[in-house]
Design a protein around this ligand. Sequence first.
Ligand code: UDP
Ligand code: MG
Length: 318
Amino acid sequence: MELSVIVPIYNEEANIAEVYRRLLGVLEAMPLPGNFELIFVNDGSRDHSFTLLLALAERDTRVRYIDFSRNFGHQIAVSAGLDRAQGDAVVIIDADLQDPPELIPQLYSKLREGYEVVYAKRRSRQGESVGKRLTARLFYRLLAGITHISIPVDTGDFRIISHKVVSGLRLMPEQNKFLRGQISWIGYRQTYVEYDRAERGGGATGYTYRKMIRLALDGITGFSDTPLKVATLGGFAVSGVAFLVALYTLYSRFITHDYQPGWASLMVSILFLGGVQLISVGIIGEYIARLSANVRQRPLYLISATNTTSPSPEQPGP
Ligand code: UDP
Ligand code: MG
């Protein structure tokens, strides 16, 4: 099998027929000797997406489907596709046509030049709210600033990866997936092509702000200890200031005997210290929550129906 294309699906009934049509148009025109497969992962959609997928699979044997028992989230849906992909190269693409399938030949020919990862970098984004664009911009830059590995900015999961990288990902057992970070961590030769991100084809975004915050925290906690260090350093800084203020208080009380009943300063310092402490505890909590999720070792997802074969155990070595 030459190429696998992974398409996560969450309430995409408005886009499935179109994304299938456009993917086929592109893939059938490409020189793919061993042919290709389309893996649709239905991430607990509540509309008719799965019925549409079943109908496609019946007509076309190159269509694979994985139906989750519930909504596990975009990153886990893609991971399930990666677990079962049989292609030498794998493309990850959104179902909503924001990632143009017409870019796949370019990604593929770059890969052929000897790269292991070719990601698609957004030159511009259309049809997304100012809030989303701004938070995304900020997040990518913050992440780049506090991690040691270089995670490319303004890049989603739309990319092509080689089998080596897929094997690497299968070896990474974390529960809190942040695939673009993991792929950067894996290394090898990586490059990118630029594109203009289109508007969503139909339907509405499945990425609520809650899901976006979760993804952002998974990215940060998975690839950086800086927040913990900031909590520690912040603690030291605040303690230092508190110590100086304490000295000054003692000095005015016993030496100059010039002191006021200081209700305001008292309130301010108590509130401030309380805030710093709670934030620090919260940061530590984010890491501990992820530790405990990984200790529980639950399966990442449960499948209720599929026509893919269960993954073969990973061979060690390249
Ligand atoms: N998606 C998913 N599970 C979810 C949310 C989204 O599988 O819980 C899929 C969705 O169907 C789409 C891709 O992930 O193929 C990107 O989602 P979306 O377009 O809603 O995100 P946005 O582009 O708004 O960030
Ligand atoms: Mg989208």
